[in-house]
Design a protein around this ligand. Sequence first.
Ligand SMILES: [Zn+2]
Length: 510
Amino acid sequence: MKFNINKAIQKISNRITFSPLNFRQVLLLLLLGAVSCQSIQKIPFLPTINSDLVIKNITVIDAKNGLQTNRIILIKGNKIIKNEPAESLSFEVDSPTVIDGKGKYLLPGLWDAHVHLSFIKELTPSMFPLFLAHGVTSIRDTGGQLHLVTPERAKARKDPQNTPRVMIAGPLLDGVPTVYDGSTNTNPHLGVGAGTIEEGNKLVDEMFAADVDLLKVYEMLSPEVYTSIIARAKKEGIVVTGHVPLSMDVIEASNLGLNSMEHLRNLEFACASDWEALKDTRRKMLFDGQSAIGSTLRRNIHSAQRSHAVGNQDATRRTEVLKVLAKNNTWQVPTLSIMTASTERFFLRNDWQDSYKYLPASVKETWIENSNKFGQTDILEDRKAYTNWVFEMIGHLKTAKVDIMAGTDCPIFYLTPGYSLHEELALLVKGGLTPLEAIEAATLKPAQYFSLDEELGLVQEGMFADLILLDANPLEDIRNTKKINAVIRDGKLHDRQALDQILAGLEGKE
Ligand SMILES: [Zn+2]
């Protein structure tokens, strides 16, 4: 069978044969008298491998092997069954679908490790298609009420070929007062509060009953309740992420077994020269604010300490803190998209606002109006300093060998689901990661975090076929991750045309 190189995808039955000579060619040559019986014995019989999807002549990129040129990838069912050098194959392939990957790049599917599926209810139904169309084949929901996020996970599990893999934390396990208590639009009901160890236990029981994939602890927790929640989680073998409680220091929280931290939250306090005094002040503010509104109290504490802490970072103390994070495997999900949005203001870019067209009409209008309005405000000096601190911290984390995962916090702050993950990768590179390290943060690292790295995160035999095919090399320019030619999810090929159809189906929805 001859291949038309210009035609990327051939949906015809193909029998691919590879040099050296295959069995039929040998037989033919034998009949023609071109090879002697002796030489036949030296040529091995080439077995045929049945495959559902083949990508040939492809450059593969993953976090373990870097860049591998001219490979052939065989997919059967929802698994990768072969990743071999294309020129020296010892088998034949029978496959109904063959993609010529010449000039293209195959990567593991991307994760967005910080998502809130239920943050904007009107947007929830559009989120899975948006993720898939942008190559995000797995997500971690880092906070949402169980009755909202559990059905989404069930939906995804029922239809894995057309939805991302979904991991859920359930609601934020917060203290009293609770930050996300549903009191205002900007503080939807994402959190639940526990003031005592007993109340904390009850919440954890509910999470385990719902079979959550991780727990997320939050800022208003007391050290006692936090400690007890983490101990229960360790006993159950479940990972815990979170914001370091304001009542605690990062080192204390990490030593108790926190697996990851979101938004580098409250890390600036821990790295300040007067971190102990700051902690004492926070504890007093928390004690005095018992009857305050949770979101107000948290905001007041952040305002009272953040700029001061950012302006008084201590390099020695920072080294000590990061060493503890590295030793304890307290990974970081810096969510640079949301952390730097107010200064980077990518939401004013044409390409960014263009991504709003796939949002439901009401959300789209609000986002255009609000992002433009926000874009006209002055960039505050202390916010600029904070952004600088955030970017510099990426470099420090890298030096200290603290693991990083890519996550956005979409759909908060005009972060279009799926589209924003590509910005996160670019921002991680801006912060000092190499493009390959940024890709690792969105592929292998999240898989390792959930102990799924035997099955996911690399383009390797035996792994799930969650893959993206790119038209340009992301190692040359990380922004090339946006040039998506096809997405493969759970073995199913969604070519460019199919992805465009998914997106077109979202446009103009109410
Ligand atoms: Zn979040």
